[in-house]
Design a protein around this ligand. Structure first.
Ligand code: NCD
Ligand code: ZN
Ligand code: ZN
Length: 359
């Protein structure tokens, strides 16, 4: 018999964009309602490249958390060609930084200040390996001769594999994987390499971007791939292998930035992320494996304690709104279109309670 209600240890989101200002204030509550912790990406404008910037940003996030809700943002720093090892050492020692993020320059949203050549920061990787600070990677090459659909697999071959051969002890997360190549590479490597998987890459293949016209709502980076890759990602997510865990990559962009001649990359899924994952696991007949993927493998990788609360999801249809509104203004600057807009999902969040409490 299929389950109608599940209770799982409270999950964490290991890859999240919260932005700043009005967007930050609007998007923190839906994430904090469900997730206990989140690894917050540093690709603001300007990016988070100093400890003071990380401390100040964390405070702005804390200010946006509704009272009565327990939520911990785990901060990251944005690697640049000239970042100093001191920032990483100090940030790790003081408990300010959870990880450092590598964006190859111009690979994705707000990455123009990223690393122009990975070899430029080999001394930084030495430090990270020594102090045990995890490395998070947007794994795409930017070389113009490489097809956009091949950017992840070429990155693995040209940059990731040599990097991990040279620094085998860095705990690394290949973020938001989109290909069977990535799945196989992560599976075959040692336990120090893990990968996050987003809800959208489990639901859509690249056809979505071109369904009845050009649909910027489904444009994110790495771009969704062929169906066979989506199937490989679903298998990885439900595999029960600890190297694959939850990271939504929820990436809010105002409507005006999406409905534009040069639409931004990013899909906002924070208002229904856990429901979106639950649907996939249920469709795959693996709902009982959701807990490990969402709530256990991430903390194990980051060496953090498991959460002490649990959440309950019920099999009850919910309609996803077509807009997530930030204010009452009547224009394209006041809303974000969420993932699954206008669709119905089968699962919905019901409650949060202490882990020991049976529901
Ligand atoms: N995933 C995306 O398409 N966009 C992210 C950046 C990122 O995670 O690459 C964003 O910040 O908008
Ligand atoms: Zn990215
Ligand atoms: Zn991201």
């Amino acid at each position: 018999m299929s389950k109608e209600r599940i209770t799982l240890r409270q999950p964490d989101d290991w890859h999240l964009h919260l932005r700043d200002g009005d967007i930050l204030n609007a998007v923190v509550p839906p994430t904090a309602k469900v997730f206990r912790r989140a690894v917050v990406m540093p690709n603001l404008q300007p990016p988070i490249t100093s400890l003071q910037a990380a401390i100040d940003y964390k405070q702005r996030i804390m200010n946006a958390i509704p009272t009565e809700v327990a939520f911990t943002p785990l901060m990251t720093v944005y690697l640049t060609d000239d970042i100093s090892s001191e920032v990483l050492r100090e940030g790790h020692k003081e408990g300010v930084l959870m990880a450092a993020k590598l964006y190859p320059a111009n690979s994705t949203t707000n990455s123009s200040g990223g690393v122009t050549d990975i070899k430029n920061i080999y001394s930084i990787f030495e430090t990270m390996e020594e102090i045990g600070l995890p490395l998070l990677i947007h794994g795409e090459v930017t070389d113009q001769d490489v097809d956009i659909f091949d950017r992840e697999s070429v990155f693995i071959e040209r940059y990731l594999d040599p990097l991990l051969t040279k620094f085998p002890d860095i705990r690394t997360v290949l973020e938001h994987i989109t290909t069977d190549d990535a799945v196989q590479y992560v599976q075959a490597s040692n336990a120090k390499l893990a990968a996050t998987i987003t809800p959208h890459h489990l639901h859509i293949n690249r056809n979505a971007i071109f369904q009845d016209g050009l649909r910027s709502d489904f444009f994110c980076l790495p771009v969704a791939k062929r169906e066979r890759h989506r199937i490989a990602l679903r298998r990885a997510a439900i595999s029960g292998e600890p190297c694959f865990f939850l990271g939504t990559d929820s990436a809010p962009h105002l409507r005006e930035s999406k409905e534009s001649a040069c639409g931004c990359a990013g899909i906002f899924n924070a208002i229904n992320a856990i429901e979106s994952y639950a649907q996939v696991f249920d469709e795959e007949g693996a709902i009982e494996r959701l807990e490990a993927f969402a709530s256990e493998f991430g903390p194990a990788f980051y060496k953090l304690p498991l959460n002490e609360n649990s959440i309950t999801l019920v099999k009850k249809a919910i309609k996803i709104p077509s807009r997530f509104e930030l204010n009452n203004a009547d224009d394209l600057s006041n809303y974000i279109v969420p993932f699954h807009a206008g669709e119905t999902l089968n699962w919905s969040f019901e409650s949060i309670q202490p882990f020991s409490q049976k529901v």
